[in-house]
Design a protein around this ligand. Sequence first.
Ligand code: SF4
Ligand code: SF4
Length: 95
Amino acid sequence: MISMPRILSCSVTECAYNVNNECHTLAITVGDGSHASCDTYYRTKVKGGAVDQIGGVGACKADACKFNKAFECSAPGINVAAHSGHADCKTFTQR
Ligand code: SF4
Ligand code: SF4
């Protein structure tokens, strides 16, 4: 059984869900095709999310990653960082 991997850190501080390099939405979706972007990234000046929760990976479409099992993430946790104006899963590892 796969349990939901935690987002260990996210350095995309301009995202609405980012507080102190932590992700505070309940779950993100990763992957636009094979690119491991955080699809939940939302750039705005207002902060949102659940302040008492650390987010997890709800689903991932980046099936080129070795941690991807049937479009779910099986990594123990992931790290997210900025890349070319969006946010990427840095735990992505090519199969
Ligand atoms: S970019 Fe993604 S992982 Fe980072 S805080 Fe925003 S929603 Fe969470
Ligand atoms: S580690 Fe791989 S499977 Fe998990 S969220 Fe990142 S890209 Fe998707």
